[in-house]
Design a binder for this molecule. Structure first.
Ligand code: SF4
Length: 383
C-alpha cells in the first residue's frame, strides 16, 4: 500500500512485513543492500516493490518520461561467437544461408529514413565479424555524421570494441579514440548479459568476461563517452546473480558516473540452443518478472539517472505499466528491429512517435522527446 503524507511524500506500507525495513530505507533516501535487493526479487508483494521504485524515480525525474526518435542499424549478423552465446539467435556463421553483411552504401541507404523523420539517434550493433576492420565502422560513423549531422551515433557494444581491438592488435582505448574521432557520441550497454562467472560459462562461455566489459565502459567514461548498461534476465540466473550484476554496475557508476541508463533485457528463447536445451522455446518472461527487473533496478541503481523499458522485449503494455514502477524512459521508434525478432519477439518492428506519446500520456505522465544524451528536444510534445 502507498499512502501520501502531509508533506506530500509517498509512504510505502508493504503487505510483506519483510519489506518494511527496506521501504524505510528507500523513504529515507538510503542505499539498499544486496540482501535487501534479493528480498525485493523474492517477495510476492509486487506493488510494494513498484511503489518504492516509483518513489525513487519521482525524486529523480518527476512525472517526465523520455523517449527518442531513434533508428536501429544492425550492419552484420555474422558472428564468430555464434556457437558460444547459446542464448542468442542473431549471430550466424559466415557461410550460413541467412548471413548478411551490409556494405557502407547499404547502411547509408537504410539511414536515409532519417532524412524525412525527426531521427535523433542511430543505434548501431551487430555480430563480431571475422574480417570487417575498424575502418569499416569508423567510415560508417563518419559517413553517417556527414549525411545526418544532427543525429547522434550510439555504436558498438563493449564486446564488439574488444573484438576490434583484438583484430587490429591495439588497445580497446585506442579503438574508442578512433571511434570518437569519427564522431561517436555514446555507447550502448549490450553484451553485459549476467556477470556471474557460473552463468557466463553456461550461456556465453569465452565471451568477454565481466571485468573486461566493465573496463571498456570505464575507458569510455574516462574518454567522455556516456554509455548504457544492461542485464539479460529470464534464463538460468538466480535473483542473487541479478543483484550481484547490478551491484557491479553500481560500483563502477560510483567511480565514473558515466552510465546514463540501465536497461533490463528480457531473454527470448526461440531459435536458440539454450532455449532448445531448456525446452522453453515459445515461452517468455512474465509481466511480474519484467516489472520486478525494472523496479529493483531503479531502487538498487540509485546512482544511474534513467531506467529504460525495452518495449520490443516486454511489450508496449508492460512498458506502459512500468512507467508506474520506476521507469522514466520508453525507448524510441527503433524503426527496424532485427535482433530480438530473430528470437521470436512478436512486438512491432517500430512505433510511431504519436503512439509513444499516447502510451505515456495515457499513463498520466509527461512525454519528453530527448536526444541520445537526454537533452530534452521537445516538451511537451503535441501528439
Ligand atoms: S550475443 Fe552478440 S556476440 Fe554473442 S553470438 Fe549473438 S551477436 Fe554474437
Amino acid at each position: 500500500m502507498i499512502l501520501p503524507t502531509t508533506k506530500g511524500e509517498l509512504r510505502i506500507r508493504p503487505n510483506d512485513p519483510a519489506l518494511h525495513p527496506i521501504a524505510e530505507k528507500v523513504e529515507a533516501g538510503e542505499r539498499i543492500s544486496r540482501e535487501d535487493a534479493i528480498s525485493l526479487f523474492e517477495t510476492d508483494d509486487l506493488l510494494a516493490v513498484g511503489g518504492m521504485a516509483d518513489l525513487v524515480n519521482r525524486r529523480l525525474n518527476g512525472d517526465r518520461v523520455f523517449y527518442v526518435a531513434n533508428q536501429h542499424i544492425n550492419p552484420t549478423n555474422v558472428c564468430i561467437l555464434n556457437k558460444v552465446c547459446v542464448f542468442c539467435s542473431y549471430g550466424v556463421r559466415p557461410l550460413a544461408e541467412d548471413a548478411y553483411t551490409m556494405s557502407l552504401e547499404e547502411v547509408f541507404a537504410e539511414a536515409e529514413a532519417a532524412r524525412c523523420a525527426p531521427t535523433r539517434e542511430f543505434h548501431i550493433v551487430g555480430g563480431l565479424h571475422p574480417k570487417l576492420p575498424l575502418s569499416y565502422y569508423t567510415d560508417m560513423i563518419r559517413g553517417l555524421k556527414e549525411r545526418h549531422p544532427h543525429v547522434h551515433v550510439k555504436a558498438l557494444t563493449a564486446v564488439e570494441i574488444a573484438h576490434l581491438a583484438r583484430m587490429e592488435g591495439i588497445e580497446t582505448r585506442d579503438v574508442l579514440r578512433e571511434m570518437i574521432d569519427a564522431g561517436l557520441d555514446a555507447m550502448p550497454g549490450g553484451g553485459a548479459e549476467v556477470f556471474s562467472p557460473a552463468v557466463r560459462s553456461t550461456i556465453a562461455d569465452r565471451k568477454l568476461a565481466a571485468d573486461e566489459w566493465l573496463r571498456v565502459h570505464r575507458e569510455a567514461h574516462e574518454l567522455g563517452v556516456p554509455t548504457n548498461c544492461t542485464l539479460l534476465y529470464g534464463h538460468v540466473e538466480s535473483a542473487a546473480d541479478r543483484v550481484d550484476h547490478m551491484l557491479m554496475l553500481r560500483e563502477l557508476q560510483d567511480e565514473t558516473g558515466g552510465f546514463s541508463t540501465f536497461i533490463p533485457l528480457a531473454w527470448h528463447p526461440d531459435n536458440t540452443a539454450l532455449g532448445r536445451e531448456m525446452g522453453v522455446e515459445g515461452k517468455r518472461t512474465g509481466g511480474v518478472d519484467d516489472l520486478k527487473a525494472l523496479a529493483v533496478g531503479r531502487i538498487l541503481l540509485d546512482n544511474v539517472p534513467h531506467i529504460k523499458t525495452h518495449w520490443i522485449m516486454v511489450t508496449t503494455r508492460v512498458s506502459q505499466i512500468a512507467l508506474s514502477f520506476g521507469v522514466d524512459d520508453l525507448e524510441g521508434t527503433v524503426v527496424l528491429e532485427k535482433v530480438t525478432h530473430t528470437a521470436g519477439a512478436d512486438t512491432p518492428l517500430r512505433l510511431d512517435l504519436d503512439e509513444i506519446v499516447g502510451l505515456i500520456r495515457d499513463a498520466g505522465k509527461v512525454p519528453v522527446e530527448r536526444d541520445s544524451l537526454y537533452n530534452p528536444v521537445r516538451e511537451p510534445v503535441v501528439a
